[in-house]
Structure formats: C-alpha cells, structure tokens
Design a protein around this ligand. Structure first.
Ligand code: NAP
Length: 524
C-alpha cells in the first residue's frame, strides 16, 4: 500500500495555527488529548462504525492533524460489509483498483475483483498501518444519540449503558448492513440448516448436500456458481430474474503486482482509467433512455447467449424490466451454472417452508438439507440507525417520516454537527461507492476545521437549503431508470432515497466546497 506517513500529521503545523486540536489546541481539547483515549469520555469528534467510511474518515482526520477522536464499532472486528459477508464466492463487483481508498491504493490485489477476504485483509492492514485500533472501541454499539443545544455537544449512549460526548459525530454505519429475512410461512419448521448469505455459517459443510437458494440478486450470483460444483443438488428459487453482464475477472500475476508496487504512477493510472470507464458507462445504467438501455440489454443478452444454450432456460432467465432498473448483476458464470445437471431453476412462487424443504405454489416439495437466504439487506440509508435526537427533541425518524433526506447526503436540519457518511441519495448503481464516501469525508473535514478553528458551537444545515437540494434530487430522479420496477433502491412508497441521480464526478464537484451560508451557525 502506498500513502503518506501515518500518524505523521502532515498538516499538523498549519492546523495548529488555525486552532485545530493537534494535541495542543484549545484547553478543553488539550485536556482531552492528554488522557489515554480508552479512558476518555469526551471527544471533539466521534466516528460511529469501523467500515470503509469510518476508517477513511479516521485517516483523513489524522492526516489533517486532528487526533482527538474515537471510533465506535459494534462488532468485535473492523470491516463492516467485508467482515460480515463471507459466503462462498463473495467478492467485489467493482474493480478493486477503484474499490479501495484513493489515499491507500493497493498494488497487491490478486485479481481484478478482489474476494471479500482480500478486501477485509486490506482494511485490517490499513487500520494497523494507521494504528487506528488504539482509537477504537470495539464491541461498543451506540444505541442512542442526543444533542444538547446549550453546550453544542452530542451525548452518545452505548449498549453497555456508558455515555460519551462529542462535538462532532461522523456516522459511518453503512447502508446495507442488517440482513433482510424473508417473511415466508413455516420458516421455523425447517429441520435442516438455514443461513443468510450475510451471516454465513461456516460450520455447515455443503459438500454432497441438497441446497436451496432463495433469491437471485448480487449475493446469489456469486454464491450459486461457487457452491454448485460441491453440492449434490442445488435448487435456485427465482422471483425476478436480473440483468447480468460479463465480469471479465482476471488474476493479476505477481510480476504485475510488483510492477504496480514499484511504479505507483501506473497504479494510479489504472484506477483513473477504471473510474472513467465506469463513469462513461454510467448513463446506460442510470438514465431512463430507451436507446441507452438497449445497449445494456444487448450486452446482457449476449452474456446470456454465450452461457446458456437451452432456449427455455434462457427465457426463464430473461428479465422483463428495463436494464438498470434494479442493480445490474456482474458475473461470468452465474447463468452457465443452470446448465449443470445438479442445478435447477425454480420460477414457481414459494408457498411455504416445511420441515423437509421448500414447497412451491403448485404443490411440489423441493427437499433440501440446507436453505440459503440470498434475500438482501434492510436499507439502512432509509432510516435512523438508532434513536438520534436533535434540536428541540426532534428525532431523526420524525425528520425522515416522509423519506430519508440529507443535504448533499450528509447533513439534516435540526441535527447539528452530525455528518452522515453513505447517507441518503449517495449510492451509485454504476461505480464505486467509495468515490462518494471520500467526497463526504473531505466535505465533513472542512466543516470540522471550521468548527474547531472558530470554536463554533454548531453548524446546522438550513431547512430551506435542505429542501431545495432534495427537490432538485427528486426532480432529477424522474429522468432515472429506477422507478420502473421493485427493488431495494426504492422505499415502500416508491420514492428513491438511496441512489444519487447522476455521475460520481458531478457529486464530487458538488460537495467539494463547504458553503458556510448553507448552515445556521451558533457560536460558543
Ligand atoms: P438483493 O439484490 O436485494 O436480492 C435479494 C433477492 O432475494 C432478490 O432476488 C429478491 O427477489 C429475493 N427475495 C427477497 N425476498 C424474497 C422472498 N420472500 N421470496 C423469494 N425471493 C425473495 O440482495 P443482495 O443480492 O444481497 O444484494 C443487495 C445489494 O448488496 C446489491 O444490490 C449490492 O449493492 C450489494 N452487494 C454487493 C456485492 C458486491 O459484489 N459488491 C455483492 C453482494 C451484494 P426480487 O428481485 O423479486 O425482489
């Protein structure tokens, strides 16, 4: 990995003169900085979550010379999604040279699309390099956050009943974290093993077993081809077929990895090229354009034809919604798996689950030893992760009653100094989410610098600014492809509070500069 000197606080000198706590700032901050971090209860900055966004934010704080922060992580290890998703075949579906932190680029990816364990190892290496564990409280879940307007501080309560205070909170709790379990009758009756892809039980050996997979989304297209060769029988229950395009994955040979390590310019060039290729292809995936969708459809149909010969099977696997409407799936071998003798595609709806397997509406019982639920996640972007109580006692859930909205995906009126990372309308369907996350981190960093340099009590985005921003986002949504079908992108009422309706580059430009006028500012 490359990157600047960890802990070196590259900008420390400049920031100290601007009043930012570099271990020698304001009195309060100095007192805080003197206590060992594990004993502290009061922080200028708290980060919630040690996934990609929390880790990225922590590094950028250190690089800016801001050392007084802590990270709360509810699990016993860092990594978020990449810690939790360990199902066979789990890998990134965005090229790893782009799906990694721009300030911690990694020449050592073993393949174009890294496996989940390799991404997790990468994150652990980054955390160790920046000594972030010293600033972290693992096994500590934040269960409540309350803002005190008088002091301009957030009080964070943990599952252990402890309380901590912070001036600024960076909430990096992730968007797709908690598994979504289907509501199928008889789930408790199943006599075999049942597991969700996001909570894989590695004690269950699938070798020679009859396995039923429910769901055919991004997780299923990875797990199905991986387990098919080892199981006795695989029944895949498809409710809606998805568009699948070729992955063209490949192994990066040692010489190439050595070359990229030796000449980081080419690593950056690879990232740059992959980023722009995905950006330029973006409109095919997100615009509601018949012509562009046709290109996507053609590419996907070509993928289907090269993998499946049986016309009946092809028909069952062909989606009937516009390309891009649901997340486009990426795989070189998912469709071909259905040509195997031990794999069956079941398109009849599920009636119920019984002790011996899955019964479909027509009355057939599909016997199974193991059921795998590849049924996705609850959309964390759409709701408050835990009670968050802002100014005048209003909760974030109340503020989001009509749908989750945030100014530039980060700030909500009435919740001062609370910055959401991977917040509403900041997800991409076409490129690496980390491009958005990094833009959010640098935006929040500008606000933090301002708050600390001017010793502000708080910055609270103005309601009218937020509303105007959200109106613009929702207006643009009408030109996007996502409303034509049912997917996790949409809330119950059909509105989209998850994806950003446009290019990543445009979002980055839009968030590049903090406009203090957009915020109500309270001074100490
Ligand atoms: P998903 O895309 O939401 O797919 C869930 C699947 O389960 C769908 O096929 C859905 O059918 C089906 N399903 C849900 N409830 C069902 C029920 N009661 N009966 C039958 N089928 C049911 O979930 P996912 O595959 O876990 O992916 C979610 C997101 O996670 C992706 O879009 C992606 O953003 C992310 N992800 C990324 C990667 C990666 O490589 N980077 C890998 C995995 C996931 P319907 O389509 O009919 O609703």
């Amino acid at each position: 990995m490359s990157g600047s000197d960890p802990g070196g606080g590259t900008d420390a000198g400049a920031n100290a003169s601007a009043g930012i706590d570099t271990g020698g700032g304001t009195d309060a901050a100095r007192a805080v900085a003197c206590a060992p971090v594990q004993e502290q209860r009061d922080f200028p900055i708290a980060i919630i979550g040690a996934g990609f966004s929390g880790i990225g934010a922590a590094i950028q704080l250190i690089k800016a010379g801001i050392n007084s922060f802590t990270i709360f992580e509810r699990a016993d290890e860092i990594g978020g999604t990449w810690r939790d998703n360990t199902y066979p075949g789990c890998a990134c579906d965005v090229p790893s040279h782009v799906y990694s932190l721009s300030f911690e680029q990694n020449p050592n990816w073993h393949r174009r699309y890294a496996t989940s364990w390799e991404i997790q190892e990468y994150l652990i290496d980054v955390v160790d390099k920046w000594k972030l564990r010293e600033r972290m409280r693992i096994n500590t879940e934040i269960t409540k956050a309350r803002f005190d307007e008088q002091s301009g501080t957030w009080t964070l309560t943990t599952d252990g009943g402890e309380t901590f205070t912070a001036r600024v909170v960076l909430a990096g709790v992730g968007g797709l974290v908690d598994p979504s379990y289907p509501d199928i009758e008889g789930m408790d009756e199943f006599a075999g093993d049942m597991m969700h892809t996001a909570r894989w039980n590695h004690d269950v050996d699938l070798t020679g077993k009859r396995v039923a997979v429910i769901g055919t989304g991004a997780s299923a297209v990875q797990v199905v081809p991986t387990i098919a060769p080892i199981v006795a029988m695989l029944a895949v229950f498809q409710r809606t077929p998805g568009w699948v395009v070729g992955k063209f994955d490949r192994i990066y040979p040692r010489w190439l990895r050595n070359f990229l390590a030796r000449f980081p310019f080419f690593l950056r060039a690879s990232r740059f090229a992959k980023y722009w290729v995905s950006e330029l292809r973006g409109p095919i995936v997100f615009l509601d354009s018949k012509v562009l969708s046709k290109i996507g459809t053609w590419l996907s149909m070509w993928n289907l034809r090269r993998q499946v010969r049986d016309p009946e099977l092809r028909k069952k696997l062909t989606p009937n919604f516009q390309f891009g409407c649901k997340r486009v799936l990426v795989s070189d071998d998912y469709w071909a798996t259905f040509e195997r003798d031990n794999v069956e595609l079941i398109t009849e709806s599920i009636e119920r689950i019984e002790g011996k397997g899955v019964r479909t509406k027509g009355g057939t019982l599909h016997e199974a030893d193991v059921i795998v639920l590849a049924t996705g996640f609850k959309l964390g972007l759409a709701e408050s992760p835990f009670p968050v109580i802002g100014r005048a006692g209003r909760t974030l859930s109340e503020a989001w009653e009509g749908g989750a909205i945030a100014y530039k995906g980060m700030t909500v009126a009435g919740f001062p100094n609370w910055f959401i990372l991977m917040g509403p309308n900041t997800g991409p369907g076409h490129t690496s989410v980390l491009v958005y996350t990094e833009a959010q981190i640098s935006h929040a960093l500008q606000a933090i610098k301002k708050i600390m340099a001017e010793d502000l009590k708080y910055m609270d985005v103005r309601q009218e600014v937020l509303d105007r921003y959200n109106d613009g986002i929702q207006k643009r949504m009408k030109r996007m492809v996502w409303s034509g079908c049912k997917s996790w992108y949409l809330s119950e009422d059909g509105s989209n509070h998850s994806l950003y309706p446009g290019f990543a580059a445009e979002y980055v430009l839009r968030t590049r500069k903090l406009h203090p006028g957009d915020y109500e500012i309270a001074r100490s």
